[in-house]
Design a protein around this ligand. Sequence first.
Ligand SMILES: NC(=O)c1ccc[n+]([C@@H]2O[C@H](COP(=O)([O-])OP(=O)(O)OC[C@H]3O[C@@H](n4cnc5c(N)ncnc54)[C@H](OP(=O)(O)O)[C@@H]3O)[C@@H](O)[C@H]2O)c1
Length: 169
Amino acid sequence: MKTIVWATLSANGNYAQSSPENPPKKEALDDFAKHAMAAGNFIVGRRTFESMAAGGGGGPFADLDIVVVSRNLESLPGATIAGSPEEALNYLRHKGHRTAIVAAGADLHNAFLSQGLADELIFNIAPVLEGKGLHLTIDPNHYSFKDIELLNANPLGGGVVQLHYAVNF
Ligand SMILES: NC(=O)c1ccc[n+]([C@@H]2O[C@H](COP(=O)([O-])OP(=O)(O)OC[C@H]3O[C@@H](n4cnc5c(N)ncnc54)[C@H](OP(=O)(O)O)[C@@H]3O)[C@@H](O)[C@H]2O)c1
């Protein structure tokens, strides 16, 4: 099974955050929906799932396999709970999925990246600058780097540019 880490970044390289004053760009959200629907699933951290549910949830995602990663929760309506990134991937693999979409947030993305669990990255760069913010990292404690392969670069409209990479961990 292929694991795709999907994220929106700000133009100055932060892991983009959203708020009522700075909502996610429609083009980025539409792209997330496209990938989640094609894969039939997505994996999210507990906090991101709670904010999605507060925003209405359901809708086009109601039929998808949604996996919420949490060390504490035991059950949640409309989603499967996994205790770790590995457990989330094992669940989707056993359900027969060919691709897993890892949709956020920063904590969970960084867990996948630092554990070498991504095969591909999709970064949508939004036309916004942020101040002090969140960052994606392959190692929260030390400087390190990893070369990755650009597969595609594609404008999505609305000033959002998509960068698609392959990763060889
Ligand atoms: N840029 C984007 O693409 C994007 C997309 C969506 C959201 N966001 C932003 O992301 C932010 C929310 O992200 P966040 O980092 O606060 O939260 P998050 O990653 O959505 O959720 C964090 C929670 O996930 C669980 N978790 C994370 N890593 C885990 C691990 N290795 N093993 C087991 N459980 C784990 C824990 O849940 P428990 O506490 O229950 O154990 C943790 O408290 C918001 O600011 C939102 O705007 C950005």
